[in-house]
Ligand binder design. Structure first.
Ligand code: PAF
Length: 286
């Protein structure tokens, strides 16, 4: 069995370690997370290990990043369980857990942000206007501390992965981004730390996001369908569940994220659905 992961708490210590690895030309696979880990995260750790091999290092960051939460979103209620996270990382063969404090990440006087200006306007960016500024800022900071050769992002946050890839290109971060597939529960619900917020009634209805993706996939399997028609079908399906409220559904080009009026096989679909105060997202290539 692999031993426990080494825990690093400060940016300086993380950078020092990362520079030692860099000097030895070791591959470093990085999985940024906000903790409360689940099987989906473990699959990202395994993907990181596969990318860097047995000689390389796998680093997982656990940091609930305040700048990606709006004042209306309850940051203090975000689920946390560091003891459990540590065990999951050890079992997955992670070498280092980087778990900095807020003071370490955003010290007094912090005033520089990274803003992506195109891909981050729609969907999650439209519903949560300051969200991606927080994500790109913290991910850029984490990249500068961990100095990874490869970083793994989950496809559940499809728009986030596209924005991070764009940032890496635009700002010349010397690393490769891998986007790893979504992990799903038996009823199709995409794994997410936020699923914990669902009441039993909401949880029993949450498979509807997956059903909506499957419904659209079937609809476009043989012929192109107007996005407006698919939007109506999706709204109707979501509304059959009493606990839901559709936030958005979008059909778009998977590279540019530009909306498509006519939806075909290969078009990307994403949706966000409220269950009470909990907002779940999902997406698929149709
Ligand atoms: O996807 C997440 O959990 C977060 O957005 C990330 C990438 C760890 C940045 O805080």
């Amino acid at each position: 069995m692999p031993g426990p992961a080494r825990i690093v708490r400060t940016a300086a210590a993380m950078q020092r370690l990362a520079k030692e690895w860099q000097a030895k030309k070791l591959g470093v696979g990085f999985v940024p997370t906000m903790g409360y880990l689940h099987a989906g995260h473990v699959s990202l750790m395994q993907r990181a290990r596969k990318a860097v091999g047995a000689k390389g290092l796998v680093v997982v960051s656990i940091y609930v990043n305040p700048t990606q939460f709006a004042p209306t979103e309850d940051l203090s209620k975000y689920p946390r369980d560091f003891a459990r996270d540590k065990k999951m990382c050890a079992d997955a063969g992670v070498d280092v857990i980087f778990a900095p404090t807020d003071k370490e990440m955003y010290p007094e006087g912090f005033s520089t942000y990274v803003i992506e200006e195109k891909l981050s306007r729609s969907m999650e960016g439209a519903s949560r206007p300051t969200h991606f500024r927080g994500v790109t800022t913290v991910v850029a900071k984490l990249f500068n501390m961990v100095l990874p050769t490869v970083a793994i992002f989950g496809a559940k946050d499809f728009q986030q992965a596209a924005i991070v890839k764009q940032m890496v290109r635009d700002l010349n971060f010397p690393l490769r981004i891998i986007v790893a597939p979504i992990w799903r529960e038996a009823d199709g619900l995409a794994m997410s730390s936020r699923n914990k917020y669902l009441s039993p009634a909401q949880r029993s209805q949450a498979g509807v996001l997956w059903l909506a993706l499957e419904q659209a996939k079937t609809a476009v399997a043989k012929r192109a369908v107007p996005a407006a028609q698919l939007t109506k079908m999706t709204s109707w399906l979501i509304s059959t569940q009493s606990e839901t409220r559709l936030d958005y559904v979008e059909f778009f080009d998977p590279e540019t994220l530009a909306p498509e009026k006519l939806v075909r096989r290969g078009t990307q679909m994403a949706l966000a659905v409220f269950f009470g105060k909990t907002r779940l997202i999902d997406n698929a290539k149709l």
